[in-house]
Design a protein around this ligand. Structure first.
Ligand SMILES: Cc1cn([C@H]2C[C@H](O)[C@@H](COP(=O)(O)OP(=O)(O)O[C@H]3O[C@@H](C)C(=O)[C@@H](O)[C@H]3O)O2)c(=O)[nH]c1=O
Length: 180
């Protein structure tokens, strides 16, 4: 697997080695020793799987008391995946990075604790699977507004985002809790 730091270097784009043959393909999707070397010493405690139609935008979510690191990928279809740095002490505080993750490129994104995370589905449907470093705690969840101009995320054009009510009512960056 290749681990490529993005413009926010703590966020890594991970490209697996895919072994294709007449039966199909094989790839490793997680290897603890490598992950530790390139991303840090984290333990994953929860795996999630969601399915969404084209145009669905989930996010941008994070937990504040028990922040979750997330190792994410699209196992069907395609998404544009985004991480926003909410760590005040970070040189990239308030900045965002995005990557296209798809069934075809099989790439994964490592989003460390301290980031707001979300994705927009750009294919007819997308299945999204991810590992988390802490347990889901709904009382601790925040939603950063997807289109806050002060963050300025460049979402793919030509798709009208469909949001859950809680995400449509997300807070602007200035009003959203931050990490030290
Ligand atoms: C996230 C989550 C949800 N749920 C339940 C609560 C709710 O009834 C239902 C749907 O939850 P949500 O609307 O929060 O699902 P969703 O909008 O897909 O939430 C996810 O969005 C992406 C962008 C992330 O980064 C994730 O961490 C997570 O916040 O599933 C769990 O039981 N466990 C979980 O870990």
């Amino acid at each position: 697997m290749e681990y490529q730091p993005l413009a926010i270097p703590d966020v890594k784009l991970i490209t697996p080695k895919v072994f294709g043959d007449e039966r199909g393909f094989f790839m490793e999707t997680f290897r603890q020793s490598e992950f530790e070397q390139y991303c840090g010493d984290y333990q994953f405690v929860q795996d999630n799987h969601s399915s969404s139609r084209r145009g669905v935008l989930r996010g941008l979510h994070f937990q504040h008391q028990k922040p979750q690191g997330k190792l994410v990928r699209a196992t069907r279809g395609e998404v544009f995946d985004v991480a926003v740095d909410m760590r005040q002490s970070s040189p990239t505080f308030g900045q965002w990075v995005g990557a296209t993750l798809s069934e075809t490129n099989k790439q994964m994104l490592w989003v460390p604790p301290g980031f707001a995370h979300g994705f927009l589905v750009t294919s007819d449907t997308a299945e999204f699977q991810y590992k988390c470093t802490d347990y889901y705690n709904p009382g601790d969840e925040y939603s950063l507004l997807w289109n806050d101009p002060s963050v300025g995320i460049e979402w793919p054009h030509g798709i009208e985002p469909q949001l859950a009510t809680k995400d449509a009512k997300g807070t602007n960056f200035a009003e959203t809790p931050k990490f030290l």
